[in-house]
Write a protein that binds this ligand. Structure first.
Ligand code: PMP
Length: 490
């Protein structure tokens, strides 16, 4: 092949100047990088003109494919007006329109349960308070999520939620709610607050001296249960463990933070049915706030608009990002209740202001992209269109579970993981240094499919708009790559 001079130069420049995220740069320097220059639909094109199927939706963000006309046009239209103006002391039109739309969307998606929850056997408010002299607080999100606080990415959406939850108690006059309950295997982002509530040793342990302490509940990881129990006989014993922590320490806990239904970056760990609802009930019973981190699960990835919908749960704080702009621009939103918001209201001198805000918060171009994205969800009836594709994925997962080195398969809707093991009977994992997941990804890459593993878990999460034909193609390549790497067969 005739290699254009410019491309070689780009590769050199990349290696000279860019420090890539979550990447051992020494390995990167030894590899030939793939440099993307274009995209169309579910495909990415590199600088040599090779096309790849985007099997991880550009790190779980893309919804409608690349170069989606409606989103392109919305950004162009907004560019004709203004690219950026701050939300600190000013407002802007797309940010306002989007906030209304998000609140309506969350209401529409979660309100069904809101109405039912109010009639159901949820403990009725006021709950049995775990702390002495509690204020009137925590309706368990049942009042609805009516306030939108913007930021730029998933980690900041989480930081905002943590800080809000912490200050909420303070401003309600409750002392001592200085920490959180988080889960092992949780991943909530890379900033120090988000890392403090994270539970993935490989990513988080190195920062231990910098982190605030949290109470750690077990991960609902049935395949490798921390408690050595078996679902369903366990009756979700990990919730009992969560309850024992809450029983003893709720008076010190501001909120539970949880990835609803699927602990994503921790290894695509799907919680058993009823777990999320059980966690919500415990938050109600022990009067702690619930933060649902739907950064990965939000915007259709689980087959419903939000993962919380599956178990009719309404959090007190909801973190959204990734798919919010269809995968176009960095944007995040933390939604919360009037109850939390109103705790911050006061005279100027009371200093109850929420002192948090990033330079690009509520960026108009990003909000315009998000508005177009939410319109497309309605117009293209994206969620209805997913049913057949999810069935296809389900059937494929059942099939690959028969492979010699596939220990477990997990999915919630369109988020899926295939856990590779050295020994299926003993569940012995491959050593992380063997890079088995990565070898599968490299194999797939050689035949034109981009995937990115999480350790030994092969992740499948294409854009929601992928055609059945392309999905079949993706799954065929992944299966072939798993067989080739783990069984040494072509
Ligand atoms: N929360 C969850 C559940 C995530 O999966 C991620 C990113 N994968 C984040 C937070 C952090 O998002 P970001 O990378 O945009 O900061």
């Amino acid at each position: 092949m005739n290699i254009p001079e410019d491309n070689i130069r780009l590769e050199e420049l990349d290696k000279r100047y860019i420090w890539h995220p979550f990447t051992q740069m020494k390995d990167w320097l030894d590899e030939k990088p793939i440099i993307i220059n274009e995209g169309k639909g579910c495909f990415l094109k590199d600088i040599y003109g090779r096309w790849y199927l985007d099997g991880v939706s550009s790190i779980w963000v893309n919804v409608f494919g690349h170069k989606k006309k409606e989103i392109d046009n919305a950004i162009r239209r907004q560019l004709g007006k203004i690219a950026h103006s701050t939300l600190l002391g000013l407002s802007n039109v797309p940010a306002i329109r989007l906030a209304e739309k998000l609140v309506r969307l969350v209401q529409k998606s979660l309100q069904k349960s809101e109405v039912r929850n109010q009639k159901s056997n949820h403990p009725s408010f006021p709950f049995t308070f775990a702390s002495a002299n509690p204020p009137e607080c925590g309706k368990g999100g049942m009042g609805g999520l009516h306030k939108v606080f913007y930021s730029d990415n998933g980690s900041t959406a989480v930081e905002v939620a943590l800080k809000m939850a912490f200050q909420y108690w303070k401003y309600r006059g409750v002392k001592g709610r200085n920490t959180f309950i988080s889960l092992s295997n949780a991943y909530h982002g890379d900033t120090i607050g988000a890392v403090s509530v994270g539970g993935v040793g490989m990513f988080h342990d190195a920062f231990e001296p910098l982190l605030f302490k949290t109470y750690r509940a077990p991960s609902p990881y049935c395949y490798r249960c921390e408690l050595g129990r078996k679902y369903p006989d366990c009756s979700i014993a990990c919730l009992e463990k969560m309850e024992s922590i809450l029983k003893a320490h709720a008076h010190k806990i501001a909120a539970l933070i949880i990835e609803p239904l699927m602990q994503a970056a921790g290894g695509m760990i799907a919680s058993p049915p009823g777990y999320l609802k059980g966690a919500r009930d415990l938050c109600n019973k022990y009067n702690v706030l619930m933060i649902a981190d739907e950064v990965a699960t939000g915007f259709g990835k689980t087959g419903k608009m939000f993962a919380c919908e599956h178990e009719e749960v309404i959090p007190d704080l909801l973190c959204l990002s990734k798919g919010i702009t269809g995968g176009y621009m960095p944007l995040a939103a933390t939604l919360t209740t009037d109850e939390v918001y109103s705790a911050f209201l006061g005279g100027f001198r009371e200093m109850k202001t929420f002192f948090h805000g990033h330079s690009y918060t509520g960026n108009p171009l990003a909000c315009a992209a998000a508005l177009a994205c939410l319109d497309l969800f309605e117009k293209e009836r994206v969620l209805e269109g997913l049913t057949g594709k999810i069935a296809l994925l389900d059937a494929w997962l059942k099939d690959v579970l028969n492979l010699r080195h596939v220990g477990d398969v997990r999915n919630v809707g369109f988020m899926a993981g295939v856990e590779l093991v050295r020994n299926k009977r003993t569940k012995e994992p491959y050593g992380w240094e063997e890079k088995t997941g990565w070898r599968v990804a490299y194999h797939a890459r050689d035949v034109g499919v981009i995937i990115r593993p999480l350790g030994n878990v092969v992740v499948i999460m294409p854009p929601l708009s992928i055609s059945e034909k392309n999905l079949e193609q993706l799954l065929k390549v992944v299966k072939q790559s798993v067989i080739s790497v783990t069984e040494g067969k072509k």
